[in-house]
Design a protein around this ligand. Structure first.
Ligand SMILES: CC(C)(COP(=O)(O)OP(=O)(O)OC[C@H]1O[C@@H](n2cnc3c(N)ncnc32)[C@H](O)[C@@H]1OP(=O)(O)O)[C@@H](O)C(=O)NCCC(=O)NCCS
Length: 251
């Protein structure tokens, strides 16, 4: 079987604090996305959640507008039964590379990744204290998703804020994998074990995900992000430089 080489074609991060539209502008922008998504976004209670979701939709649309050089309104997305957005129009040519993409939003950031010929997922998290629980209670509810090795690393720091940083780094890595696979809660995440690298070492991962690549970095002091992508063929930028992972997309 011929496997086309996989290649990451977009890594974008957008800080929603940099976009402060008037009410009128916001309404106009909302009109530029699909009606069912607009209705969903209009139901959010908090403006920040609406803004994060809207920017996500705009980035997806902008990706294919740029890539295929087609007008904004000829692009159509749907969702899989697990809710993962997919492109349905324009239909891809059998000879074209398969384009996969994924977005994530949390805190101040919306991030998007896209790749040719491989599955790809992304997760961004703001490192923050849980709102209605203590850190220990919050950890307890999610302990099962981590291996003993990982849990030891997470809980070793003396300060809770440092534990939260470790926790969210692992969380993003696991969640980016879940999102690349696109199957939500069905995975036993503690069987996917990460050994986070010090400095510029390579990350070690458990055997069951050896055909996957994982990358992580901080967008700022509080937001960590992870990307995972499968290796169907040659990967031309495996473990790309951590500093150059994201270009700011300020459009
Ligand atoms: C579906 C799921 C992956 C979404 O993740 P999230 O952290 O809530 O939100 P994110 O901001 O990262 O991503 C949201 C975006 O991912 C995309 N998305 C939705 N469902 C998806 C799926 N099944 N697969 C991939 N991407 C999905 C959407 O674009 C969504 O944004 P939108 O609804 O505004 O369009 C998550 O809710 C889930 O099921 N996780 C379960 C796995 C788990 O237990 N993880 C613990 C890790 S330790």
């Amino acid at each position: 079987m011929f496997l086309a080489p996989s290649k990451i074609i977009a890594r974008w991060a957008f800080n929603v604090q940099d976009w402060n539209p008037s009410k009128e502008q916001y309404k106009q922008v909302l009109l530029s996305i699909q009606s069912e998504e607009r209705e969903r976004i209009e139901k959010f209670k908090f403006f920040i959640d609406s803004k994060l979701a809207l920017v996500g939709r705009l980035l997806m649309r902008f990706l294919f507008n740029k890539l295929y050089k087609i007008p904004w309104n000829e692009i159509k997305f749907a969702r899989t039964k697990e809710n993962k957005p997919i492109l349905i129009k324009p239909e891809s040519n059998p000879n074209d590379p398969i384009i996969n993409f994924n977005i994530s939003h949390h805190g101040d950031w919306v991030v998007l990744v896209a790749a040719e010929n491989c599955r790809i997922g992304i997760d961004v998290m703001k490192v923050e204290y849980p709102k209605r629980q203590t850190v220990q209670e919050f950890f307890e509810t999610l302990r099962d998703q981590f291996s003993n090795f990982e849990w030891n690393i997470i809980t070793t720091p003396l300060q809770e804020i440092d534990q939260l940083h470790q926790f969210y780094r692992y969380w993003c890595l696991k969640e980016s994998y879940v999102k690349a696979v696109g199957i939500g809660l069905a995975l036993d995440l503690k069987t996917i074990e990460f050994h986070l690298p010090e400095n510029d070492e390579r990350m070690n991962i458990s055997e069951n995900v050896k055909q996957w690549n994982f990358e992580e970095l901080y967008l700022d002091n509080l937001h960590c992000v992870a990307v995972s992508y499968s290796t169907l063929g040659d990967v031309d930028n495996e473990y790309a430089s951590r500093q150059n992972l994201f270009a700011l997309a300020l459009y």
